[in-house]
Ligand binder design. Structure first.
Ligand SMILES: Nc1ncnc2c1ncn2[C@@H]1O[C@H](COP(=O)(O)OP(=O)(O)O)[C@@H](O)[C@H]1O
Ligand SMILES: [Mg+2]
Length: 441
């Protein structure tokens, strides 16, 4: 035993101590004893003291041993795992209390009985394979299986087994550690259930979402189609309106205008042949016809200035601005770059209508004194603005209200977007209004 060496060293030390003790005593008594019997007595006394000291040391060691054995037993018996010693035939030779406790069986009922009696039938194969592998491979083996408690409740365990060899390296016994993993398994099962449920929910939500997505795509497609239809209808409406305006304007100018000219001619012919008292009435009628002719002309121009088709955009704008200034006294400056030669009916009527609506708004709402109009043809687009120095307005407020309240601005935007262009308005209370346009060409 390992303990032997320190022990023998201890005894040698003790003997020296005893001898020292005696020699000191002899010194006290004054002389050494030379005769044999006395020497022997001295020797015996030495041994007696030696033995007494040894005895004391042994008592202390025994106490220490008992204490450490106690804590070892406690550790072994109440460990959080089961410890077993199994004979080669599978009988339980030793078991700690923890294992008996795991099975809710008293330890006596375990000893000399097969461990297999506590394993569920379905898992016996696992257990036998485990023992066979241990025996044949002679290496540590582990497995998981279900055992049954005394009241037949199953529980899951983890087995870890090693061999106990005798001094000739022959297999003598099996040493088995049993860990109760039922709680761990339960948690695992719960986790698997949760994860299954989660997967199910995710699957369900994914399906729902894909259905929603399909619906959304269909709805977006429908919305896109309705928007296209609406745009088409708006364009048709604007075109038809322009055509109608053109027609009515022509009718007014050609038919009505000519008839009014004929009336004026007839009236002047009549002038020579009527009596004097009728002349005043004729003057009056002349004035009425004159006014009518002006109104018809204005109406016709308002509806659609024919010069737009005959002379183009810029001369028409100059005439319109001039006329507008005469009527309102608002100063208007027009600057057009690279546009005099440019002819495009659609573009011309769009820009004309935008300027017309903008100037009408200036007259109706802005209380402005100056307006600046700028138009420029670039390689791929026409850009420009109409800017007044009036009182401006809150754009958000206007566009948040009922659409009927801003049909003019909406119409401008619509006309420009039909040509693929953009129109944006910059305005603020007291800051004037600026309408920027950009149209691709
Ligand atoms: N140049 C402007 N200056 C001040 N307010 C303007 C101007 N242009 C438009 N507005 C404001 O925007 C509103 C909407 O204009 P619009 O769509 O042309 O409709 P409407 O002229 O029929 O009122 C106007 O009622 C007015 O309050
Ligand atoms: Mg308006």
């Amino acid at each position: 035993m390992d303990l032997d060496k320190p022990f023998s060293e201890k005894f040698i030390k003790l003997r020296r101590k005893a001898e020292k003790f005696l020699s000191e005593r002899d010194e006290i008594y004054g002389k050494a004893v030379d005769e044999d019997p006395l020497k022997m007595i001295h020797e015996f006394q030495t041994m007696q003291i030696e033995l007494e000291l040894q005895n004391e040391e042994l008592r202390l060691s025994q106490q220490e041993l008992a204490a450490s054995r106690e804590s070892y037993v406690e550790l072994y018996e109440f460990a959080p795992v089961g410890y077993l010693i199994l004979g080669l035939k599978g009988l339980i030779l030793k078991s700690n209390l923890a294992f008996a406790d795991m099975l809710s069986i008293e330890r006596e009922y375990l000893i000399n009985r097969p461990l297999s009696a506590h394993i569920i039938v379905e898992d016996l194969n696992i257990y036998y394979r485990h023992l066979r592998n241990l025996f044949e491979l002679k290496t540590r083996q582990i497995c998981e299986l279900s055992m049954i408690k005394r009241d037949r409740t199953p529980f899951d365990v983890h087995l870890e087994s090693t061999l106990v060899l005798d001094e000739y390296k022959n297999i003598e016994q099996y040493r088995i550690m049993v860990i109760d993993i039922s709680e761990h398994k339960r948690t695992q099962k719960q986790m698997a259930q949760y994860s299954d449920r989660l997967e199910e929910t995710v699957d369900r939500r994914t399906t729902e979402l894909s259905v929603l997505k399909k619906d959304l795509i269909i709805k977006m497609d429908q919305t896109r189609k309705s928007e296209e239809r609406l745009r088409f209808l708006t364009r048709r409406l604007i075109d038809t309106r322009e055509d109608e305006c053109k027609k009515i304007s022509r009718e007014l100018h050609d038919a009505l205008g000519q008839q009014l000219t004929a009336i004026t001619f007839n009236l002047s012919t009549l002038r020579n042949d009527i009596p004097d008292f009728c002349k005043e009435l004729l003057d009056d009628t002349d004035l009425i016809v004159d006014n009518m002719a002006t109104q018809v002309r204005n109406l016709s121009l308002d509806l659609r200035p024919s010069m737009l088709d005959d002379l183009g955009l810029i001369p028409t704008l100059r005439w319109f601005i001039n006329d507008f200034h005469k009527r309102t006294k608002i100063k208007i400056k027009l600057k057009a770059v690279e546009l005099d030669e440019y002819r495009d009916e659609n573009l011309a009527i769009t820009i004309f209508r935008i300027v017309q609506e903008s100037l009408n708004n200036v007259k109706k709402h802005a209380e402005a004194t100056n307006v600046e109009i700028f138009l420029k043809r670039e390689i791929t687009r026409i850009t420009g603005f109409i800017q007044d120095n009036g009182n401006g307005f809150d754009i958000n407020e206007i566009f948040l209200t009922n659409e009927e309240k801003h049909l003019g601005l909406l119409g401008m935007k619509e006309r420009i977007s039909i040509l693929g262009g953009t129109l944006n308005i910059k305005s603020g209370n007291g800051q004037g209004t600026r309408i920027n346009i950009e149209i691709p060409i």
